[in-house]
Design a protein around this ligand. Structure first.
Ligand code: HPA
Length: 277
């Protein structure tokens, strides 16, 4: 089946389960999924129940769409995403983002756990994503262009929307959260980086590295969604600290900062009301 046919077929198959037209699509990264459990939920669609949908295999990723209102804003939340390193092709990795656009979402809010490359960062920091480097993963736009979604050669000069960034900055300030800012670089993973790769990332202008997000932001920008994102710096990337990295530590740090992260996401989404009407 052609990618566009597949997308529209999947959309048709879940259409009746969608309780409202979401305004914002929110992707919760590793260890950040608890946010969805704290909301008044309108409906849930498990990825398992969607025929043909890529299902995440990573521990700590739940795998469902959650529909809820946050401060009067209608939101569809991905509690768990799929990653390229799980073996899906990159088109499958961004299929959920495309689906959320078809549901009606105008904004994509991405979150992730990331390794800090900028030496001024510390584990536990939150970083507003101001730009990304996606050239280490295949482009999700390779292949026949889906004209109904966007143009062949989309501009990427401002993937991360300045108005949305300002809303997040303001809410961080109000909550007394020190918000770092920087460029996120996506590698394929699943292995963490070597110290030399981290050094290369820094030379290329990255402030944080991870295994997700940039491809989703590319797909969203192709569809002219407004995009914003926050990385939770769960660890300093390899070679900066004198100890090996492990997934458990990444999750533990994400858990530790989840409260301030959740507050920032919730208040920011509530304030997006102003630009969505
Ligand atoms: N590297 C890549 N991805 C990550 C890291 C890291 O150090 N930490 C959390 N996700």
């Amino acid at each position: 089946m052609r990618p566009d046919e597949r997308l529209y077929t999947i959309f048709e198959s879940i259409k009746e389960k969608i309780p409202f037209k979401p305004q914002v699509a929110l992707i919760l990264g590793s260890g950040l999924g608890h946010l969805a459990d704290k909301l008044e939920i309108s409906a849930v669609i498990s990825y398992n129940d969607i025929k043909g949908f890529p299902v995440s295999t990573v521990a700590g990723h739940k795998g469902r769409f959650v529909f809820a209102q946050i401060g009067g804003v209608k939101v569809v939340i991905m509690q768990g995403r799929v990653h390229f390193y799980e073996g899906y092709n990159i088109n499958d990795v961004v299929l959920p983002v495309r689906l959320m656009k078809l549901m009606g979402a105008k904004v994509l809010f991405v979150t992730n756990a990331a390794g800090g490359v900028n030496e001024n960062f510390r584990p536990g920091d939150l970083m507003l994503i101001t730009d990304h480097i996606a050239k280490f993963v295949p482009s999700c736009l390779v292949g026949e262009n889906i004209d109904s979604l966007g143009e062949r050669f989309p501009d990427m000069s401002t993937v991360y929307n300045e108005k949305l960034c300002n809303i997040i900055r303001l809410n961080a300030q109000k909550a007394g959260i020190e918000l770092k800012e920087g460029v996120y670089l996506q590698f394929t993973g699943p292995e963490y980086e070597t110290p030399a790769e981290v050094k290369m990332s820094r030379i290329l202008g990255a402030d944080a590295v991870g295994m997700s997000t940039a491809c989703e932001a590319v797909a969203a920008n192709h569809m002219k969604m407004m995009v914003c994102g926050i990385s939770c710096v769960t660890n300093m990337a390899a070679g900066i600290m004198d100890k090996p990295l492990n997934h458990k530590e990444v999750q533990e740090t994400a858990d530790m900062i989840s409260e301030k992260f959740e507050k920032l996401v919730i208040t920011s989404i509530s304030d997006m009301r102003e630009i969505l009407d």
